[in-house]
Each structure stands twice: as C-alpha cells, then as structure tokens.
Design a protein around this ligand. Structure first.
Ligand code: PMP
Length: 392
C-alpha cells in the first residue's frame, strides 16, 4: 500500500496560477484584477502607518517570546471585540480566541459546528472558494442556496430567505458581514431584519465571516446588519480576519468569537476552540495580534489607522463609481455595481471573454469574472471599461 501515489490529485489554486501567468507576462501595460489584496494608487499593498508605529513600539518594549497559549492574547481579543460588536453585546455571554487569520477562525468554527452530526451549514453561491473546503474538511453537511444573479447584479433575496426557512433548527447559516466576496453585493437593512426574524423563529445558528470590516461603507456601518442578526440569535459565531482591515495579510491575524446564553456556555465554546487549536497549530502566531492590540489600545494610533482605512475605502469607492459609470453605458444592469461594497464585484463575463481580455488586452481576472477594483489605477479605468464593455 503506497502512501503518495494513492493520494488524490489536487488542482492548483486557480488564483495562484493566475498570479504566475501575470508575473510571466512582459507587456508593460498589463493589469491584475485577480489579486485578493488591497492596492493603493501606486499599485502597492503598503504596511499601514499605524502598524509601523505599533511594530516600532513592540520592538522597543517586547521583552519575551515565550508561549502565549492556544487562546492567544486576551488583550487583543477583548480590544477587537470592542470594535466588532456593539456596546450591549460585549457581556459575559461573548468570548473569543485569537486565531491565525480569518481562515483558522472559520476552521475552529467549523470544528465546533461539526460536533453535531445532524447539523448542516447553509452556504450561499457564489462564495469565497475556501468556505466549501473548510466546512467539507471537518465533515459538516453543506447545503447551498443561490445568493446572487450576475446578470441583474442583485442578491436573490427570495431564494436566500426561503432556503433559511427550509433549514432545520440548529443548522448554521454562513453570512458575510459586509463586502461580500466575490460579488460585493450588499444586504439591505430590511433584508438583515428578515434574516434576523427567521434565525430567531427557527433557532438557526448564524456564522458570520467578517473579513473586510472598514472597506465597505464605514468601519461601524459594515457590521450593523450583523448586529441586527446577532441580537436576534440564541447562539452565534463570528470569525474575524484582520488581514484586510489592518493590511496584515501574512501575519495571520484573526479571532473567533462565540455568543451564547451564559458565561458557562461561551467558556465551553472557547475551551473547544482551544482544544481544536492545540490539535492543529497549537497556538496562534503572536506578532500580528500584538500589533493590532498596540494600535487599538492607543487613541493616537487608532485614529491613524481608522483614517488610513477610510482613505483605502474611498479609493475603492472612487474606482467603483468611475468603472460603473462607464460599464453601465454598455449594460444598464451594471449600474448596480455602484451600490456594491468592498474590493470585489462579479462581472457577467464568460471564460472566453476572460481569456480574450487576458490575451488581447493584458487584463487578468479569474474565470469567475471576479474583479478586484483595488487592482486598478484611476487612469486605467477608461481603458479597462472599453475592453470589458465591448464584450458585454
Ligand atoms: N473570508 C473571506 C470572505 C475572505 O475573502 C478571506 C481572505 N481572502 C478570508 C475569510 C480569510 O482571510 P485570512 O485567513 O487571510 O485572514
């Protein structure tokens, strides 16, 4: 019985393959709309000024690299909770752990959800590709509902709500807190209330993926819909990524929170997070979380960070508005792209269109048609719109 030959073939990550293709293209005007990170007007993903300042402070003051434990840094967890939740929610019925990025927060969430064999998780399509892998890996039953229509650029509200109506008590529903990846589609306040009502009536467990807070409408606004649902839920989980909001991608910084009915219950939730953390990565890396805690604990650094985040958000918004103005001249439905939020939108392009854009115009995006607006410089919008518009 062989080991390696018996393993299944694994397809390379299509986004990583696209990055390689882009790197080997030597046309000077090539444009990368595939990458999943924020880029500034110079096409760079810089270290935020508040992060640099925090790192400087840590370098001067950190006096040990000793272990911190599977739950991570409790100061980071409680400072982050103040940013993600509203006042009434930060009580003894909320607790969390630091994780290596949002991915590990989702993985720990999947582990505790999978403890009940009868539980399924409802995932909208399309979604971030890794969601499926994370939930499938722990053996959680996955049910899907159609979330978005690329032709109309609208959320399929009725399909989503009727899927939640058909879920069983105790099932989990996965929701993106804001800046939906890959569609950018925003859920209105009325629809968040409708979701909250179903969650409460049917006893569903919302799992929020909060990976882009601050890159949508505003740092506080980006979690308002989530708060509506959390207040209605009996129990809930929130997976937070600091990768985008603090531009800390490679530092692997995030947190998983549970909201429950008692301090005892949430302590049990956290103990189970810690158990699964120990069994896989033992404990999260310290640096990114120490940076975030150092930013959040100091009013000056926090303001520097919030202001820089606001300027990132307005750059994305400017590109979004300019691109929408031009594309909607070719296809009126695309006017809806202006109301979307975050870095991404999903354009109604075929794989043939996408190959054409890459080969003829040097414009790179994955076959899904997801574009990262932050990959564009303002002076490129006209050229890109004309290339895409001809195909619509
Ligand atoms: N959720 C979504 C929707 C994402 O897009 C990402 C990153 N691409 C993550 C979670 C995970 O982020 P990370 O593990 O890098 O913090």
């Amino acid at each position: 019985r062989t080991l390696l030959a018996a393993l299944p073939d694994q397809k390379p990550d299509p986004l990583l393959a696209l990055i390689k293709k882009f790197a080997s293209d030597d046309r000077p005007g090539k444009i990368d709309l595939g990458v999943g990170v924020y880029r500034n007007a110079e096409g760079k993903t810089p270290v935020m000024a508040a992060v640099k300042s925090a790192e400087h402070h840590l370098w001067e003051t950190q006096d040990s690299k000793s272990y911190i434990g599977p739950e991570g840094d409790p100061t980071f967890v409680s400072l982050l909770a103040q940013e993600v939740f509203c006042d009434g929610m930060v009580t003894e019925n909320l607790a969390g752990v630091q994780t290596p990025g949002g991915t590990a927060a989702l993985r720990l969430s999947a582990e505790i959800l999978a403890h009940d064999n009868d539980r399924s998780i409802w995932i909208g399509t399309p979604t971030w590709a890794n969601h499926n892998a994370i939930f499938a890996t722990v053996g959680l039953g996955i049910k899907t509902y159609r979330f978005f229509d690329p032709q109309t650029q609208a959320v399929r509200v009725d399909e989503m709500l009727s899927a939640f109506e058909s879920a069983k008590c105790g099932d989990a529903i996965l929701l993106h807190a804001s800046c939906h990846n890959p569609t950018g589609a925003a859920i209105s306040a009325e629809v968040w209330s409708a979701i909250a009502e179903i969650v409460a009536r049917k006893g569903l467990i919302p799992l929020f993926d909060n990976a882009y807070q601050g890159l949508g409408r505003g740092f506080a606004q980006d979690v308002e819909g989530m708060h509506t649902v959390l207040k209605a839920a009996d129990e809930a989980i929130v997976a937070v990524s600091c990768s985008k909001s603090f531009s800390l991608y490679r530092e692997r910084t995030g947190a998983a929170f549970v909201l429950g009915n008692s301090a005892t219950d949430v302590a049990r939730g956290v103990a189970n997070f810690a158990y699964h953390a120990r069994a896989s990565y033992s404990m999260p890396p310290a640096h990114g979380a120490a940076v975030v805690a150092t930013v959040l604990a100091d009013a000056g650094r926090r303001k520097l960070w919030i202001d820089e985040l606001a300027s990132m958000r307005s750059r994305i918004f400017e590109i979004r508005t300019e691109l929408t103005n031009r594309l909607s001249a070719y296809m009126p439905q695309l006017a809806a792209v202006a109301d979307q939020e975050g870095m991404f939108s999903l354009l109604p392009l075929t794989p043939e269109n996408i190959t054409h854009l890459r080969e003829v115009h040097g414009i790179y995006m994955p076959d899904s048609g997801r574009v990262n607006l932050a990959g564009l410089r303002i002076e490129q919008v006209d050229q890109v719109s004309r290339a895409i518009g001809q195909l619509l």
